[in-house]
Design a protein around this ligand. Structure first.
Ligand SMILES: C[S@@+](CC[C@H](N)C(=O)[O-])C[C@H]1O[C@@H](n2cnc3c(N)ncnc32)[C@H](O)[C@@H]1O
Length: 352
């Protein structure tokens, strides 16, 4: 999909003054309203809204985007945290033909149970980008698409491809659930007050059907792979603490299997089951999505040795089976990550 850049038209007078309703804006709530009507039009036009669509808007503010959404779709449901904005929004549309097609929910979108919607269009507060993205991606039934303004760097992480500098855990986690396209580059001066960073509008299309994974298992696996994304997987999976974590999980799973088969009588086993996750349970999505490559597990550089070496060989055997030992996470495709995890799991090696 083609990208583009919306600029303020030089020399031309603004067609409309952005509606501010005499409200002072709070930066802590990410209140940077869209003041360029051409940009609002471009966002709505690129959204491909149908007249029958129920539209979810997050953070409608004073309603500059809301108005255009009401013109384009059947119904707008807007979730806004600031009661002053909610009041302003109600005042703005009261007594207009739009009033019975707008529902305003006052609250924090992250704590709100979202209703059914066909499409989400939003200029969001950037501080909730990651949890909001994962909240949307776990929403059921899946919507058609979401057109969202993000901080430029966050947007570029979402659309990054293997080998790109910004390709990271967030990228892979998001692309597991959706296809993502960059739509528009947006400069700071399109907002009032201008934010410190540039922005981009992206289109998020949930995958249909979904790629089913055990979220806890997937998350544990990716945290290890991206702990040092430019190291080879061989180097990452040779590390002492990675091997000991995987060995502990392995023994736990084996013990559980045995006990399920009735081969182990209740002998007061010393096995630590605390790190065992229910592999069939849908564990919910990691809310930070992995913007930071160095979070998660602490990695020491020491290699596994002594009693660990047998298990290390088993782990390296899996990497070799898929020809992964010399590869790096920064260059692996989503399909390769899925394949490698399936190889580990087939060998009884688990990450949660
Ligand atoms: C970037 S402004 C966008 C305003 C308007 N949509 C526009 O484009 O002009 C973000 C809006 O989200 C609201 N907001 C901030 N945190 C929120 C949250 N957790 N849940 C819902 N709305 C939130 C702010 O009060 C603000 O109105």
């Amino acid at each position: 999909m083609a990208g583009g850049k919306v600029k303020k038209e030089k020399g031309k007078p603004q067609q409309h003054t952005p509606y501010q309703g005499g409200i002072s804006f709070h930066k802590s709530k990410g209140q940077h309203i869209l003041k360029n009507p051409l940009l609002v039009d471009a966002i709505v036009q690129k959204s491909g809204i149908k007249p029958t669509d129920v539209i979810l808007e997050i953070g409608p503010g004073t309603g500059n985007l809301t108005k255009k959404l009401l013109e384009a779709g059947k119904k707008v449901i807007a979730v806004e945290i600031d009661p002053r904005m909610v009041l302003e929004l109600q005042r703005r549309f009261q007594g207009t033909p739009y009033s019975n097609r707008l529902t305003v929910i006052q609250g924090d979108v992250l704590r709100t149970e979202l209703p059914y919607f066909d499409i989400c269009v939003a200029n969001i507060p950037y501080q909730i980008s990651s949890p909001l993205t994962f909240k949307l991606l776990s929403h059921q039934p899946a919507f058609r698409c979401a057109i969202i303004m993000f901080q430029r760097e966050f947007a570029m992480r979402l659309v990054a491809q293997p080998g790109d500098k910004l390709y990271c855990r967030l990228t892979v986690n998001t692309q597991l659930h959706a296809r993502i396209f960059h739509l528009l580059k947006v400069g700071k001066n399109n907002f009032r007050p201008p934010p410190k960073v540039d922005s981009s509008v992206v289109r998020i299309e949930p995958r249909k059907p979904r790629i089913e994974v055990n979220n806890k298992e997937w998350d544990g696996f990716l945290r290890i792979c991206f702990n040092r994304k430019n190291k080879t997987l061989g180097a990452i999976f040779r590390q002492k603490n990675v091997i000991s974590l995987l060995e502990k999980n392995y023994k736990t799973v084996q013990a559980l299997k045995l006990s399920q088969e009735g081969a182990v009588k209740d002998t007061g086993s010393q096995m630590d089951l605390s790190s065992f996750g229910d592999f069939d349970e849908d564990q919910g999505m990691d809310m930070d999505g992995g913007l930071d490559d160095d979070d998660g597990m602490e990695v020491e550089d020491g290699e596994a040795e002594g009693s660990q070496s047998e298990f290390k060989d088993k782990v390296l055997g899996v990497l070799n089976e898929g020809d992964f030992e010399e590869k790096r996470s920064s260059k692996l495709t989503l399909q390769e990550f899925l394949y490698l995890l399936s190889l580990f799991n087939k060998a009884g090696i688990h990450f949660s």
